[in-house]
Each structure stands twice: as structure tokens, then as C-alpha cells.
Ligand binder design. Structure first.
Ligand SMILES: Cc1ncc(C[n+]2csc(CCOP(=O)(O)OP(=O)(O)O)c2C)c(N)n1
Ligand code: SF4
Ligand SMILES: [Mg+2]
Length: 266
């Protein structure tokens, strides 16, 4: 299917980078599943030659967990918006992170609920006027990378869709990472958010220097908070990350019971 996003939508860049990453890694469509939530971003699986599951608003992560438990050999990618993942679905992210499920999560953040015509999302800028905040947004925006750091995700990266080569290489590394790889991607919505543009992203987001030690958690925190949250690259990657693996002996009684329960539904 041809994409039906508006002209200039950042999600085209995310789509291109995602497909290129899968191609460059030689992942075959039959071995790949893209699971999405609801939103403009949630349409992405339609446009990729792989298995896709357009799920419910905010519920892509638990469904992806089920897919991965049922067949751990699959490459599982989750795509969702800022509202999908950090509004209605915000309660799922920490639990996928702490279980270190081996999936790659592409968070397409456009700062609005675009599909439902531009009302405020958890990342809308303070003062920004939207149909649900006509005098300007009063709430503080969520810091998505800050949350991923707090959840101790085993792979945390940030990128934007106006720099597709960097985004592609980060997605590749995220797919190769054994565990939960979460990538915060600024993806402009020219229809409903005039504050976020490709130029503003290129100007404000600085790539991490080569010297950044991605295995050092304290360095990741310093890089993120030292730049007001506007850095691109791989901030953190846990060394010796051990993902949840249903084929391995469970490490504890509670893990065994969790896997047994999940297996019953798989
Ligand atoms: C349970 C439920 N509540 C609300 C909606 C309405 N709804 C659809 S998409 C959406 C928000 C989408 O925003 P975001 O996740 O940021 O994705 P975007 O469209 O910006 O890519 C909402 C509230 C829904 N489909 N299902
Ligand atoms: S409304 Fe915004 S996010 Fe949705 S397709 Fe159009 S530009 Fe993209
Ligand atoms: Mg959005």
C-alpha cells in the first residue's frame, strides 16, 4: 500500500529508515512483525512488506510482548506516537523495559495527537495553542528519554526524521541489541504542529560526540540532562543485556509463572 500521510509528514522518514534498517540487516518479511498502536504513526505497518498488527490505542507493547513470547525468533518492532505510548499506554513502557523484552520500540513524537486533529499530547510544548488548549498548553511536557532512563531501559536512543542516515543506523543498532531498545524519534507533523519543523530539529538536536561512552549510565544521564534533552544518538546501551527468553530456564519462580501464563495464551 502507498502511504497516505500528509505531504511533509515526518513519518515518511521513519518509514524509510525502518525499511532500510531491516533491508541492510537482511531481515526477511516472513521473519519480521511490526506492531503499532493507533494514530497517524500507527499506520506504518501498512506500508512495509512484513507482517503487521495495527492494534489498539496504547496497547501495542503488550501485544508485541505476546508475539515475541510466541515466537522468539521473530524480529519484532513496535511503532507508536507520543500519545499512544506516553498518554493512554504510558503504564506499559516501564514493564516492558524491566522485563527487557527483545523488541525495538520506535516512538514517533510529533508533540500532538495528530490523528484526532491536533489536540494536546503529553509532549505538547508549554504555551502551544491546540484545539484542546485554546489559550495555550498549561501542562509541562513529559520528558520521554528521562522516563526511559528512569525505567532503566537497556537501550535508549534519540533521533529525528530529518536525519535519515543517523536514524537508520540507530534503528539497526536497536534491532541488533539483545533486549528492549527504545528510540525516541522527533517526527514533525506539519499539519497540526508548526513549532516542530525539520529545520528546528536540525538546529536544536546535537549528535552525541564519538567520545560518549554509551555503556556508562551516568554519562547517559549527564548527556541527556546537560543538553536540555536535545541530544541525538545512542545514549545508553546496557553491557551484557540479558533479554527475557521463553526458551531459557526461568531465572526465578515468578518469571517461570509469568512465562507459563503467557504461553497459555500464545
Ligand atoms: C481507546 C481509545 N481512546 C482514544 C482513541 C482516539 N485516538 C485515536 S489516535 C489518538 C491519539 C493519537 O496521538 P499519537 O499517539 O501521538 O499519534 P499521532 O497521530 O500523533 O501519530 C486518539 C486519542 C482511540 N482510538 N482509542
Ligand atoms: S496529520 Fe500530521 S502526523 Fe498525521 S499524517 Fe498529517 S502530517 Fe503526519
Ligand atoms: Mg503524536
Amino acid at each position: 500500500m502507498q502511504p497516505i500521510w500528509c505531504p511533509g509528514c515526518g513519518d515518511y522518514g521513519a518509514l524509510q529508515s525502518c525499511v532500510r534498517a531491516l533491508q541492510e540487516l537482511g531481515r526477511k518479511p516472513k521473519d519480521t512483525v511490526i506492531v503499532s498502536g493507533i494514530g497517524c504513526s500507527g499506520r506504518l505497518p501498512y506500508f512495509v512488506d512484513a507482517y503487521g498488527f495495527h492494534t489498539l490505542h496504547g496497547r501495542a507493547l503488550p501485544i508485541a510482548l505476546g508475539v515475541k513470547l510466541a515466537n522468539p525468533d521473530l524480529t519484532v518492532i513496535v511503532v507508536g506516537g507520543d500519545g499512544d505510548g506516553f498518554g493512554i499506554g504510558g503504564g506499559h513502557v516501564p514493564h516492558i523495559a524491566r522485563r527487557n523484552v527483545d523488541i525495538t520500540y520506535l516512538i514517533l513524537d510529533n508533540g500532538v495527537y495528530a490523528l484526532t486533529k491536533g489536540h494536546s499530547s503529553p509532549t505538547t510544548s508549554p504555551g502551544q495553542r491546540t484545539p484542546s488548549a485554546v489559550r495555550g498548553e498549561e501542562a509541562k511536557p513529559l520528558d520521554i528519554v528521562g522516563l526511559l532512563l528512569a525505567y532503566r531501559s537497556s537501550f535508549i536512543a534519540a533521533a529525528h526524521t530529518a536525519d535519515r542516515p543517523t536514524l537508520t543506523s540507530i534503528i539497526k543498532e536497536g534491532i541488533l541489541h539483545p533486549g528492549f531498545s527504545a528510540i525516541h524519534i522527533y517526527s514533525p507533523c506539519p499539519t497540526y504542529n508548526e513549532l516542530m519543523t525539520p529545520d528546528s530539529l536540525r538546529e536544536s538536536i546535537r549528535l552525541l560526540p564519538q567520545s560518549h561512552d554509551r555503556h556508562n549510565f551516568a554519562s547517559a544521564i549527564a548527556a541527556h540532562y546537560g543538553n536540555n534533552g536535545f541530544v541525538g544518538g545512542i545514549l545508553y546501551q546496557e553491557k551484557d543485556s540479558a533479554p527475557l527468553n521463553p526458551r531459557r530456564e526461568p531465572a526465578s519462580e515468578s518469571q517461570r509463572r509469568f512465562l507459563e501464563l503467557a504461553g497459555r495464551y500464545a
